[in-house]
Design a binder for this molecule. Structure first.
Ligand SMILES: [Zn+2]
Length: 1014
């Protein structure tokens, strides 16, 4: 029975009418029980501050007051019903008010954030915690319980009894939009923002660090701690430290990476420790800063000086940080040091940890391992042992599909799994990464706050319901069912690293190399059976039904369509790769079937692209928060189809979606603006147009410090403009209004069309080196007229060049018969280089099988793209080939390094390591080094080489520029000869693209081929 009592203007109702109020509160409080309910006119309500309330609790009061005022128009300043916010002591009293249950607080986990809410009488609700931050979190719970019950200017207040505390002590993010998301974090009880700070050098040679005081203060008032980030120690150039102290630059070829963009510090120098201490000390002077997170070098770098090499880069960095921190603590005893592990430090993490005293905090980051959205465990045994010993561990996981791309994913299972892992492994800190903007990933970010606070509270559906309720989405139950259904599909796609990194070249290469696709591996990692594609597609269809019919929310519809598109692309890529990997030339019917699969792939790519664009607009409220990473995400769909179609072109297969693709019309660079900032550029786009219709002109930032303003885009035939769009747009890291629409009413097949753009950019001349560059590109695409599915074209004739793909090489002319194995790094460029040499008859070898190599005198084996594609049997075949009198030349890891099977170990025992940027030199006058300058170190085309260990019969002919270790080894085996070449000729640095083999590397490889033939 429900009873009603009237107290003044207040109605007290017994019974639990307010249970659904919890759907408004996220994270779910650990313990919450409902009793009576008070129905209170907002004007009668007052929020008061108890003893011990400072400015954080005052901010908490404002949170409740402002919410009520915004929703009802009435400011709650009455005295009929009191909400009291107060800091209590360990006995649970605020002043002389003893709050029931509050004496338990000190015994709860993370008690500094634990709070109770208790009704005290019918006209008072009390929030108590041991700290202001705890009271703040409690007030946020009250705020959302109240928000659930507003009707007109009356609020229904559940007289709830709540006892609540978080599982993980620090919960927050770094990067992305985190610095601007204080209110979002406050509403979900997130309490950490790690943020880059300014590091510089003072005139007196001391280090100085600072971070925005207003930002730190605003966060502090919202119970959020800001932890300044002292950036990766291999990226300190911008601080000026090396201008002041050039001797702190790391030395030797191993000290730099990424073409010199990152550089190891010489961390064994006491001055380096001193500067770190300066930076830490000056950050510690800032109000609200009590911890600094210091990032170890991110890349594989090592200062080459004796002192540094003896200890190792990362351990020395950790030791320097600890010493610097100890110095800073002389003035700032409360300062805490947090050290971030990296992919660079990964193999030294045990030693790094051992180098830190117990009170130093460790956070685990690794660009490959914590920026991972698979079902794999993230916290590995070393770190489990570390937390089991009672030490403090944080982690930097990505909360999204991938840091590199911008894709929709509402994945409750993924986030719950990861947060439960962190809680079970005893982590103290979640510092998530969700770039470029939290609005794009609201579901997953909220889920991370939910399950990092209360890891065993809500299930996926309960969380989804709460998320949708608070966001005001229609049919929260249907939204929750949708997310529960679709979440695992996203996990399959993104857990397989699709689209990043699988679509960034890998998918096209798999087809071009005719690799047999493997379910359960690589881009099909989470698709163990072919049935999984169809199961996921059926799930997408069902989820689409919910999103469209039950919810009707564009953002959810677009997310579903994007995922369906990705699964379809994967399914078709698998189909295409399986068909094309066959060793027989497909007949006409099979070629048409391949064409149809390519058409379906193209269709799925276009559907995905459309869905992604719709989703990004809906999720960022039209603000295009996706930025350039979103642009890449969209582009890579089309690029994947282009690459696949190009690989299959010899089979007469075409890409039916080429016209509606973005294709680059031209570029601009900073030099264009030397004569004046505003310029007009013209590009011939005749070939890019496809009849009358609507064209989109897309201006994109590509690189540099500066963005570019766009004023106008027009299309002209000779000097006559036929279409124009004039508005101000910007192509920058975050672009705005950068798409221009040109309508071609009539298209003249014979005419020359020119795209005329009017842009304003920034010249580099006279600007500091780190403030230069203003580069971009403009592309054209035809807008699809309707949603008509693509029609599959009829296949064209088969190209003659296919002969070599489908049969053993044909050595018709005289000369040394050289077979270059296809499907490797540099297979194409090395083949082209050898083809041009007099006396060599070079042909591709499509399969390493006896029939295919029997006519060869020499086999060149460039490192295969895929480690699994070179089997032990094939290596044995090569070894037998050599013993029988053939010549073998292997490059880079194919010599038997990094997972490749050992090859002719009597000559080259093994690979020792891959070393960057040190070059190579001649070690011995030998036919293989004939004509190569012996007196200097030669650069290699690729950025690294493999250092080798010679076998008993090996002769070292070239060695590493820095270490002097072997890089090229040769020797006799049986009747034949073998050359192990640690270089990777024919591949450029920076990317894995083929480049022309030239210079000393060309001499080396040609000599090696000739010598190995005997
Ligand atoms: Zn050094």
């Amino acid at each position: 029975m429900r009873s009603v009592m009237v107290v003044g203007m207040i109605l007290i109702v017994s019974g639990t009418i307010a249970q659904n109020a919890t759907d408004w509160v996220s994270p779910l409080p650990k313990k919450i029980a409902f009793g009576e309910t008070a129905i209170v006119p907002v004007a009668e309500l007052g929020v008061t501050l108890g003893d011990g309330a400072g400015d954080v609790v005052a901010t908490a009061r404002e949170q409740i007051v402002t919410m009520l005022e915004e929703k009802t128009g009435v400011r709650p300043e009455g005295s009929g019903f009191e909400i009291l916010l107060g800091v209590c002591d360990e006995r649970g009293t605020i002043g002389d008010l003893s709050v029931p249950g509050a004496s338990e607080l000190a015994r709860l986990k993370n008690s500094d954030q634990a709070y109770v809410i208790r009704p005290m009488g019918n006209d008072r609700l009390v929030v108590a915690g041991l700290t202001e931050q705890a009271v703040f979190h409690g007030a946020i719970t009250v705020k959302w319980l109240l928000a659930a019950g507003i009707e007109g200017d009356t609020v229904t207040i559940p007289l709830a009894r709540v006892t609540d505390w978080p599982d993980i002590s620090e919960r927050g993010e770094w990067g992305g939009s985190a610095n601007g998301d204080i209110q979002r974090f406050a509403d979900e009880k997130m309490n950490l923002i790690e943020s880059h700070c300014r590091l510089s050098m003072a005139d007196d040679g001391r280090g100085e660090g600072s971070i925005g005081e207003d930002f730190v203060e605003e966060a502090r008032l919202h119970a959020i701690k800001v932890v300044p980030i002292l950036t990766h120690l291999d990226q300190l150039k911008g601080t000026g430290i090396y201008d002041t102290y050039p001797e702190l630059k790391g030395i030797g070829g191993t000290s730099t990476a990424l073409g010199g963009r990152v550089m190891a510090p010489c961390a064994s120098k006491p001055k380096f420790t001193e500067i770190l201490g300066d930076w830490l000390a000056s950050l510690a002077t800032m109000k609200g800063v009590d911890t600094v997170c210091c990032w170890l070098s991110e890349h594989h770098v090592q200062c080459g000086c004796d002192d540094c090499q003896q200890v190792g880069q990362y351990v020395l960095e950790a030791q320097s940080l600890v010493k610097g921190w100890e110095n800073a603590r002389k003035q700032h005893p409360d300062l805490k040091l947090r050290i971030l592990l990296t992919q660079g430090s990964y193999t030294s993490n045990a030693q790094v940890i051992a180098a830190t005293p117990p009170e130093v905090q460790i956070t685990y980051y690794d660009g490959g391992r914590t920026y991972d959205s698979s079902r794999d465990e993230m916290i590995y045994p070393l770190l489990e042992e570390y937390t089991a010993s009672g030490r403090w561990l944080g982690c930097y996981p990505q909360l999204t599909a991938s840091w590199r791309i911008v894709c929709p994913w509402s994945g409750p299972q993924f986030i719950r799994y990861r947060m439960q892992e962190f809680v079970e492994d005893g982590l103290e800190c979640l510092c998530g990464y969700a770039t470029p903007h939290n609005d794009l990933y609201d579901f997953n970010v909220a889920a991370a706050s939910e399950w990092s606070w209360n890891s065993t509270g809500r299930d996926e559906v309960e969380f989804g319901t709460a998320w949708a309720t608070r966001r005001g989405l229609p049919e929260p139950g249907a939204v929750a069912a949708w997310a529960e259904m679709l979440g695992p599909v996203g996990w399959d796609v993104y857990g397989s690293r699709v689209p990043y990194s699988a679509f960034f070249g890998g998918a096209g290469r798999m087809i071009a190399d005719r690799q047999q696709p493997k379910l359960g591996e690589g881009m099909f990692r989470c698709f163990p059976t072919q049935a999984r594609f169809n199961i996921d597609l059926a799930t997408c269809d069902a989820a689409l039904g919910l999103a469209r019919d039950a919810v009707g929310e564009p953002m959810l519809i677009a997310e579903t369509e994007a995922l369906r598109g990705y699964v379809t692309m994967l399914k078709e890529l698998y189909t295409i790769a399986s068909m094309y990997a066959s060793s027989h030339l497909p007949d006409d019917a099979a070629r048409q079937a391949l064409q149809d699969a390519v058409t379906r792939l193209a269709q799925a790519s276009m559907d995905t692209t459309d869905a992604l664009r719709e989703w990004e607009v809906a999720a960022s409220g039209g603000n295009h928060y996706g930025g350039s990473r979103f642009g890449d995400t969209v582009d890579v769909n089309a690029k994947t189809v282009s690459e696949v179609a190009a690989a299959l072109a010899p089979l007469g297969i075409t890409d039916p979606s080429a016209a509606s693709r973005e294709r680059v019309a031209g570029t601009w660079v900073s030099d264009d603006f030397e004569e004046g900032e505003r310029v007009t550029k013209r590009f011939d786009v005749t070939e890019l147009l496809d009849g009358a219709g609507t064209y989109q002109i897309h201006f994109k930032y590509t690189s540099g410090w500066w963005g570019t303003n766009i004023h106008r885009a027009a299309l002209a035939v000779d000097e006559t403009e036929v279409a124009a769009d004039e508005h101000v747009g910007m192509a920058a890291y975050a672009s705005a209004a950068n798409v221009y629409t040109l309508v071609v009413e009539e298209h003249d097949e014979g005419a020359t069309y020119t795209l005329v753009i009017d842009i304003k950019g920034v010249a580099s001349r006279g600007r500091p080196a780190d403030r230069q560059g203003c580069n971009g590109e403009v592309s054209v695409r035809k807008v699809r007229v309707d949603d008509e599915p693509l029609k599959s074209p009829e296949v064209g004739p088969v190209a003659e060049s296919l002969q070599s793909i489908y049969g053993p090489p044909q050595f018709n002319s005289d000369g040394l018969a050289v077979g270059v194995v296809t499907g490797g790094y540099g297979s194409g460029s090395v083949l082209r280089a050898l083809e041009q040499q007099r006396g060599l008859n070079a042909q591709p070898v499509g399969l390493l099988e006896p029939d295919w190599i029997k006519d060869c005198d020499v086999i060149v084996l460039p490192q295969p793209h895929d480690v699994a594609s070179l089997t032990v049997e094939q290596v044995e075949l090569l070894e037998a080939f050599a013993r029988g009198g053939g010549g073998v030349v292997a490059t880079h890891s194919a010599v038997g390094y990094r997972g490749f099977p050992p090859l002719l170990t009597s000559i080259c025992a093994s690979g020792l390591g891959h070393v960057r940027d040190t070059g190579w030199r001649v070690a011995l006058a030998h036919p293989i080094t004939d004509g190569i300058d012996m007196d200097r170190v030669h650069e290699h085309s690729y950025y690294d080489h493999i250092e080798l260990e010679a076998g008993p019969q090996g002769t070292v002919v070239a060695s590493a520029g820095a270490s002097g270790k072997p890089v090229v080894i040769c020797g006799d085996v049986g009747e034949g000869r073998y050359v192990a070449c640690g270089l990777l000729p024919g591949i450029g640095r920076g990317s894995d693209n083929e480049v022309e083999v030239e210079g000393e590397e060309l001499k080396l490889i040609v000599n090696a081929v000739r010598w190995s033939a005997g």
